[in-house]
Every structure is written in C-alpha cells, then in structure tokens.
Ligand binder design. Structure first.
Ligand code: NAD
Length: 350
C-alpha cells in the first residue's frame, strides 16, 4: 500500500518517515514569511553558470518570481547573465533581474543553489561530491547569515547528497531544504512514455524515485496515462510496452544526462524548467505533487537519507511525502538507492 506522511513539527528537524502518522507542519499552519510585500517574491540564485543562468531565464519567462538576484564567485559572469536575461523580460513578464552580493539576497523567499562544478564527460555525479561539498560550506553559511527564512532549493550535483549536506550545515528543518532530485528524470520518463503512447506527457502520471543518478528507480508499476494504468492504456491504443520498449525508456531516462553532456558539455534547460516549476509551486502555495529530494527519516529501512519520492510542495516547503504503491523489484531497487546514498553521505567529512 502507498502511504502519505505529513510532516510533523517534532520530526521536521530531522526529516520525515514513510511510516509516520498524520499531522501538518507547524509552519504550513501559520505560513512562513516568503513575501516582502503581498504577492511578491524574491528568488536568489547562487552560482550562475549554465544551470543558474538558465534557471533565472526560466523564472523570468514564466514570471514565477517578482525579482531574481544572480550571484556568482565570478561577479562579471553574474552581471553579464543578469543584463542579458533582464533584456528578455519586456517580452515575457514583470520579473526584475539583477546581479548582487549576498546582502542583496536579504528577504528572498527561495534561494536556488547551483554553485559548484559541472559533470565532465564520463564523470559520474558522485565524482563531484568532494569538490562541491567544499563550495557548499562557504555558500550555505553566507545564505543563512542574510536570509535564514528562505527555502533553500539545491540543484548542484550529486544533488541528493548536496541536499543532505545543506540540511546539516544550515540546521534548517528538512522540509525547507529541497533538492531538485528526480524532477528532471521524472520529466524525461513522462516524455518518453507520452511519446510511446501518443499522449501528452502532461497526462502521464509517473515518477522516478530515489537517487538523481545511476541508481534511480522508474516506478513503472504505478504509472498512469490519465486514470488508466499504463500497461492497460498501451494495450488499448495498440502500443504495448514490450520488454524492448521498457529497456529503451529506462535507458533513455537513466542515461539522458550522459548523452547530453557528451554532445554539448552540460545539461541546463531541463533542470532550469524544473527549478522554475518548484519555485512556482512554492510561490503559489500550490501543494503540487513533485518528485523532489529532502532528508527523510526512513526509506525502505534506511534512516535519514535524502532522495526523491513524490512530495507535496507549497509555501512552507515540503508538507507531505507520498509513498507510491511499488512492486517487489521496485521496493528492492529503492532500498538499494537509499543505501547507496546514505553510504555516500556518511563518506563526506563535514
Ligand atoms: P557551471 O560550471 O556552468 O556553473 C557553476 C557556477 O558556480 C560557476 O559560474 C562558478 O563560478 C560558480 N561557483 C563556484 N563556486 C562558487 C562559490 N563558492 N560561490 C558562488 N559561485 C560559485 O556548472 P553548471 O552546468 O551550471 O552546473 C552547476 C551544478 O548543477 C553542477 O553541480 C551540475 O552537476 C548541477 N546540475 C544539476 C542538475 C540536476 O538535475 N540537479 C542538472 C544539471 C546540472
């Protein structure tokens, strides 16, 4: 059986458990201070390379932030991106875009962290771990100094471990430190399933769980097209999901980043749109179901681990975890993913 776990104040500090009881976050009841003025929200972006700058562009094009502030260790780069993106805004939205320093992040509702080093061709995300952990020690301290009320949205890889590191360093409750996790992998999975079935990916309800990385778990057994299980839908439309189709979709979801990196050096448009989607859910207090990563008290028997399952996202951050019905193989794969991530987190000296 799938489970819904609402975030309880007493467990919020450490993370939630799939086995927990009901309740709502203290902060979701009273609301947190996301807005300087009614309806406005500033979003800070720390690290404005390919991902950070594309995220700023996506936020502006969707108009989901009233103000975006770009900050990078290389101030000239942040300024150049801010100018370029600001010049697109008259065509798109009323979002103001500027570069700044840490003090200009004051009152931000969300801070996206995309600082660090990108994956090189042939390099796994976990290879990045040591290098990005050093960057995060500096960055999180500065963010907490100026905007301790913000929700932190982590994009840097390996994103699940960086999310757990951010939670530890910041001391924030787990539901306010969100990793983009498998939001992108889920989009890839939905895209491929939609193309195979001849329906819009937006009508596919399917999720990728676990690590944003090689051990991710495509939750085939609970994927729906509209309201119909995908196997039944596929049979109805004459596009059966054979073993060959399954292997192809799995491969193209799991290994998409490697293909993109080998072709153009890095990936950024997809994750940028995913980050804008998460920010939109926070700003509008949508309670949207998104596959994102937060530190979770118990996943398949693994304690305190950050990975993705579908979670409810709104103004207070993550307010519930939705643990879908899985088959035995998917349970085992999620356990393996959680074990791997917990082990990697323990290997980092904080
Ligand atoms: P990039 O090299 O283009 O940009 C990184 C930026 O971080 C650089 O501009 C650099 O100057 C800046 N930076 C480094 N240290 C800093 C510090 N201490 N303070 C402020 N800025 C600092 O890399 P990218 O392609 O933009 O990727 C950024 C991160 O996002 C990488 O870790 C990458 O693996 C990750 N990523 C995640 C996803 C996802 O799905 N979560 C997708 C793609 C990339």
């Amino acid at each position: 059986m799938g489970q819904v776990t609402r975030c309880e104040p007493e467990v919020a500090k450490r993370g939630r458990s799939f086995g927990g009881r009901g309740g709502v976050c203290a902060e979701s009841k009273r609301g947190i201070h996301l807005y300087g003025e009614e309806g406005r929200m500033k979003v800070g972006i720390v690290g404005t390379g390919m991902v950070g700058s594309a995220a700023a562009y996506a936020l502006g094009m969707r108009g989901v932030a009233s103000e975006v502030v770009l900050l990078d260790r290389d101030p000239a780069l942040a300024e150049a991106h801010a100018l370029d993106i600001a010049h697109a805004m008259p065509f798109a939205s009323g979002t103001t875009v500027a570069n700044g320093d840490y003090d200009s992040l004051r009152d931000a509702g969300v801070v996206i962290i995309a600082a660090g080093v990108a994956q090189r061709p042939g390099e796994t995300r976990v290879d990045l771990l040591g290098r990005n952990a050093v960057v995060f020690r500096e960055v999180i301290g500065e963010i907490m100094r100026v905007c301790p009320e913000a929700i932190l949205l982590v994009a840097s890889n390996p994103v699940d471990i960086m999310t757990q590191i951010t939670t530890e360093i910041s001391g924030l409750p787990a539901h306010r430190v969100i990793g983009s996790g498998t939001i992108l992998d889920t989009a890839r999975f939905r895209n491929l399933l939609g193309a195979h079935l001849g329906v819009s990916p937006r009508s596919i309800h399917g999720y990728v769980l676990g690590e944003h990385g090689d051990s991710q778990v495509l939750a085939w057994s609970c994927a729906l097209a509209g309201a119909t299980p995908i196997a039944a839908f596929a049979a109805q439309v004459g596009a059966p999901i054979t073993e060959a189709v399954r292997v192809r979709i799995d491969d193209q979801t799991r290994n998409a980043a490697y293909r993109i990196v080998s072709g153009k050096g890095s990936t950024y448009y997809g994750i940028a749109a995913g980050l804008a989607r998460i920010v939109g859910a926070i700003r509008q207090d949508e309670q949207a179901v998104l596959s994102v990563s937060t530190v979770t008290a118990d996943v398949e028997g693994v304690r305190d681990v950050a990975l993705s399952v579908p979670r409810v996202v709104g103004r207070a951050g993550v307010t519930a975890d939705l643990f879908p019905n899985l088959d035995i193989g998917e349970h085992a794969a999620l356990h393996r993913s959680a074990t791997l991530l917990r082990g990697l987190f323990e290997s980092v000296a904080l």
